[in-house]
Design a protein around this ligand. Structure first.
Ligand code: 0RA
Length: 389
């Protein structure tokens, strides 16, 4: 009987998950295609956190023939020991208790805003079936849930039974789930949406291998970007092409800089093209902040300052000349600004704008210092580009 599976905290568990099922939009934005795919990103983010913590270099995403989706990371494996206050296995806490995810995140750069980081239990709440398999210490454990997160595995002294053995160094977490078709308008995952997201994730997480197996169409694709956002710039220039030849870049290779200011990590890559527009893509803790905010303001003021400084040093601007306007300096730029912030404040109606004031200063400082180094080292190569066109 199901009642054997329940402990004292189960009422709280079911109430939390029931709240998600009553108002799914509040947790994942929509019950359409976008919300449906958000479920995948939510589980994937946990594996990426494990990569950021330095324990996972590969994640496999598999679209199953029966419409389910499986995300297998090769990290340490979610802990399976007894949770000190919930009295159920820690892994079951992560997948059934609302907002428990954050406590388990091992990254200091938690994804606290917008629709991200709502936790794996939200995915479970919105699934008709979910299986979590953990490999740790040479043992395999499996927990299973149905109808929105109700556990079906009987615990033994509060713990999950061992269902198999594996090599000691074979560790990780594999999550397979089937979205609930009574909640979503459609439960059909779109391979092209998954592929695009994995490609973007590979650019934003250099050194992480993302393997996508589409069993419905019989294809397998690997996404891996050694050079991270620097390669992303080349990709954006190529795909943003106006004609068959694409935009022409005005410098041989994108400029790439990284550095930290306090506990804020900053990465910027940019190039100049012969287009008349500017494109600045910004990310905080890997989330695309499409409306920019303080991190973009910091980048812009850093760029304006550095460019004017060099224009004067190189004599492009004479003493009597006024400084170049920021807008003119950004003409033709393609840039990516990516930061990691321990306490991001996502603002605006859609939570797609960064509000932290310290992010502006951090980006401006790191950018100015690092680009100054970069220019001093590469000035001969860049000199032809620093003249007025
Ligand atoms: C905290 C501690 C440990 C592992 C994880 C979190 C973890 C969570 C997830 C979620 C998806 N995949 C994951 N992989 C790992 C382990 C700490 C230890 O081994 O000492």
């Amino acid at each position: 009987m199901a009642s054997d599976n329940y402990s004292g905290s189960d009422i709280v568990v079911l109430k939390g998950l029931e709240a998600v099922r009553m108002r799914p939009g509040m947790y994942i934005g929509s019950t359409g295609t976008r919300g449906l795919h958000h479920l995948i990103w939510e589980i994937l983010d946990n594996g990426i956190d494990e990569h950021l913590a330095g324990f996972c270099s590969r994640i496999d995403v598999t679209l199953k023939k029966d419409g389910g989706i499986e995300i297998a990371d090769h990290g340490r494996g979610v802990p399976v020991d007894l949770h000190p206050t919930e009295h159920i296995p820690a892994v079951r806490v992560v997948y059934t208790i609302l907002h428990a995810g954050g406590k388990f995140s091992n990254s200091i750069y938690k994804v606290a805003g917008g629709l991200h980081g709502v936790g794996a239990s939200v995915v479970n709440a919105l699934s008709k079936k979910m299986t979590v398999e953990v490999r740790r210490d040479g043992k395999i454990y499996r927990d299973e849930y149905e109808n929105g997160g109700q556990p079906t595995v009987k615990l033994e002294n509060g713990l999950l039974p061992v269902v198999g053995k594996c090599a000691k160094n074979d560790t990780g977490t594999k999550v397979l789930f089937y979205p609930d078709d009574t909640i979503f308008e459609t439960v059909e995952f779109k391979p092209e949406i998954i592929a695009k997201h994995l490609k973007e994730s590979a650019f934003l997480n250099k050194g992480l291998l993302l393997n996508f197996k589409d069993e419905i169409n019989g294809t397998e694709t690997k996404y891996y970007e050694e050079d991270g956002i620097k390669s992303y710039i080349n990709y954006l220039v190529k795909t943003g092409a106006r004609d068959n030849e694409g935009f022409r870049t005005l410098i041989p290779e994108p400029v790439y800089i990284e550095g930290t200011s306090g506990d804020i990590e900053v990465e910027v890559a940019f190039t100049y093209t012969n287009s008349y527009t500017e494109q600045i893509n910004s990310y905080c803790n890997r989330i695309n902040v499409v409306d920019g905010g303080t991190l973009v303001t910091g980048f812009k003021s850093g760029l304006t300052g550095v460019m004017n400084k060099y224009a004067r040093e190189l004599g492009v601007l004479k003493e009597k000349d006024e400084n170049f306007d920021g807008k003119d300096i950004r003409n033709g730029i393609v840039a990516i600004v990516s930061i990691k912030h321990p306490n991001p404040q996502f603002e605006g109606q859609t939570k797609t704008k960064l509000g932290n004031n310290d992010a502006k200063q951090a980006v401006e400082d790191v950018f100015t210092d690092e680009v100054t180094h970069y220019f001093d080292k590469n000035l001969e190569e860049l000199r032809p580009s620093l003249t007025i066109h």
